[in-house]
Design a protein around this ligand. Sequence first.
Ligand code: KG4
Ligand code: ZN
Length: 338
Amino acid sequence: MNIETNNKNIIMAIESSCDETACAIVKNGREVLSNVVASQIKTHAKYGGVIPEIAAREHLEAINMVIEEAFEQADIKPEQIDAFAGTAGPGLVGCLLVGLNAAKALSLVYSKPFIAVNHLYGHISANFLDSDIEPPFIALLVSGGHTQIVNVKSFSDIEIMGETIDDACGEAYDKVARLMGLPYPGGATLDKLAQKGNPCAFKFTEAKVDGYNFSFSGLKTAVLRVVKSFDEKDLPVNDICASFQENVSSTLIKKVRKALEETKYTQAVIAGGVAANSEIRKKMFALSDIGIKVHAPEMKYCTDNASMIASCAYFFKNNSTDIDTEVFSRVKYNEKIS
Ligand code: KG4
Ligand code: ZN
């Protein structure tokens, strides 16, 4: 069944692709009326990573609560919602099913359009929240599962210019953090320690990868070699973190600059969980020195949330999605937005 979208002013969205059960209500793609996130980080921390079956079960336990809370915070009744959106992928299939089916059920019960959203474009859309930014721009998308340079030409035309050929940026952060015994997910902790260290203490060579692609696995091995060369008690954790962070952030920004030069755009945004990183943000914002308008989402909209999914449904979709749309675990390279 396909319900036509006539008016999508107020959208409720549900996000459950990994370890956050989230529901939000957003007006006109920019104004957040409610943003509820139930995190499972504590559950998965003891295993050092996300366990898919446990994550899916926790989504089931949390889903009704986050939906009710989102209605309550926004002081909005289900009848006032113009469309219900859900993340269809990429992500963990068992997890995605919980959120997407909840969004479908709400759409059927209240006879409102259903909109399936790609999680990656959702991250990019976090930039539209509480801002007035519009395409064209270059987006640096850095999350636990993806690292991409994206050319957002318009609300209906997006091109992935390059991506990682091995580990995602956040994955590299989490793995390097683990090498040094930091708790999962280690990205944010590594960032904090890096700020107290010397970024020039260790010279890690930059991966030479063609075009706009990235590779982080060699860097991870180089860090492992350094870690092994010290006794545990003498490990210069802060300096290793700072040197790793310097390498990652300068590699990312170099490619963003190259993409800006090629497209001649004057705007750049950053998206995904790693967009919360202090050094990557600092280097991105320094692009304003060469006349680039840089935008980054508020910290709470960098990591997984449902407001970004609602915004994506509003801006990047001009039609409702078939109610039979299925979840998917991976994206095909340069797949169409809708
Ligand atoms: O976007 P996200 O919430 O989930 C995915 O869609 O993957 O990103 C989570 C990732 C994790 O790898 C986490 O360690 C990383 O974002 N992260 C950070 C920081 N905050 C979160 N990485 C580096 N520096 C940070 N401050
Ligand atoms: Zn994400």
